[in-house]
Design a protein around this ligand. Structure first.
Ligand code: HEM
Length: 378
């Protein structure tokens, strides 16, 4: 794949076409020095501009430095292309204020209201050790080794400034961010991403995805908010469920992915149409009805999640699911009401468990070589 342009008004890795693999990592900042943090973000920016162009993380590369020093690149991507690599950076609420409410880096006054903690949703089984974080890095590529290489080199460059809090590998995108892409399937076997926000959605993206002037704070204009939810799927239970039940839970057919009662994948769902039994074809408790913007005050999401399988769980079950990522202009007006409705009524809940949660402010893009991540903030 061609390299994806790193510089721009918005960060790459949001509406740019979704790649096949993910390495998502959350870091905690371990220094109290603001200057060390800014310097690391500058180094991350320079290294990422190089890696997304298919080059080594540092100018001297994996092999060109002095033989007695650790190389400027770890080397495992030496013979690989850019593979569509994008690296997207976000800031968590804990970067602005610690658990006791103390201003860590003189940034508290600039903390976005939108980073207010997500509520606990009914049924949540969130594990703190794999949730939150001061910074997040979403690395996506069409080769998993390229995504892992990017994260590894940023972690290396961050030594002494940040430490990895948790990370997640994802394979197989479960969404589409451009009309040029075919819809993939999630681990329930259903097409996922059909009714997603997409790059071609123009004005709707300004309304639903990007932070606008007046939304506050100014340093976030052109940015977006990222919600991550690691959702374990109870695969073995799902696999014992009938096809008709699976389709009723989702509200779409498993084959072509058409809304129930319609015939093509991209037909608009018709929530009024009734079956022979007088019940709506798309049940009141179906996922796509509850998640649809017409049932959420117009709120929409740009979903960008990945399948994961972390081996098995010691009880012979796959430790698998969907690493859900959504981008939105205001998580409290978009993700929260939708998830509240899903958590209360979605019949899919019998087959899933939310086990981790994250919320990050993703600043606008890096516009030129003298710009760096977070410049508008610090
Ligand atoms: C749609 C699966 C979790 C929000 C869909 C579709 C499937 C699906 C198969 C239909 C195809 C499409 O339009 O993309 C799943 C699975 C989940 C999950 C398996 C968990 C493991 C979530 C969560 C949210 C969400 C946590 C947000 C809080 C949506 C939205 C739509 C959708 C907004 C589009 C509905 C429409 O406008 O038609 N999901 N989903 N989903 N999902 Fe999920």
């Amino acid at each position: 794949a061609d390299p994806v342009t790193f510089y721009g008004r918005h960060q790459a890795g949001i509406v740019t076409p979704m790649q096949d693999h993910l390495h998502f990592v959350a870091f905690d900042v371990i220094t109290s020095k603001r200057s060390a943090l800014v310097e690391m973000l500058q180094n991350w920016t320079a290294a990422t501009a190089r890696m997304t162009a298919g080059k080594d993380a540092g100018a001297l590369g994996a092999l060109g430095g002095p033989a007695y020093a650790p190389p400027e690149d770890t080397g495992e991507a030496l013979d690989l292309p850019a593979a569509g690599l994008t690296v997207t950076v976000g800031f968590g609420a804990s970067l602005f204020r610690d658990a006791l409410g103390r201003d860590r880096f003189g940034l508290a006054a600039r903390s976005p209201a939108a980073l207010a903690e997500l509520p606990k949703f009914p049924g949540d089984t969130i594990e703190p050790a794999i949730s939150g974080g001061d910074l997040c890095v979403q690395a996506c590529a069409n080769d998993p080794q390229v995504a892992v290489h990017a994260v590894r080199n940023l972690a290396r460059l961050g030594m002494g400034v940040v430490s990895v809090r948790w990370s997640q590998l994802g394979f197989g995108r479960t969404s589409v961010t451009s009309r040029s892409q075919a819809t993939p399937r999630n681990l329930f076997g259903f097409k996922d991403g059909t009714n997603n926000l997409k790059a071609e959605d123009g004005a709707v993206l300004d309304e639903q995805l990007w932070v606008r002037p007046g939304d506050g704070p100014d340093w976030m204009v052109g940015g977006s908010y990222l919600v991550s939810r690691k959702i374990r799927m109870l695969i073995e239970t799902w696999d014992r469920t009938s096809l008709a039940e699976q389709e009723a839970i989702v509200g779409r057919s498993k084959g072509v992915g058409a809304p129930l009662g319609r015939s093509d994948e991209h037909d608009e769902p018709d929530f009024e149409v009734k079956g022979d039994d007088g019940e709506p074809m798309i049940l009141e408790t179906a996922h796509v009805r509850l998640a649809h913007h017409t049932h959420n005050g117009g709120a929409r999401l740009l979903r960008r999640g990945y399948n994961f399988v972390d081996g098995s769980d010691g009880l012979g079950r796959l430790n698998a699911g969907l690493f859900f990522i959504s981008y939105q202009r205001d998580p409290h007006r978009q993700f929260v009401p939708i998830q509240q409705q899903l958590a209360r009524q979605d019949t899919m809940n019998e087959y899933i468990r939310h086990v981790s949660s994250g919320l990050f402010a993703v600043p606008p893009g890096v516009t030129a070589a003298d710009d760096h991540w977070g410049r508008s903030l610090f």
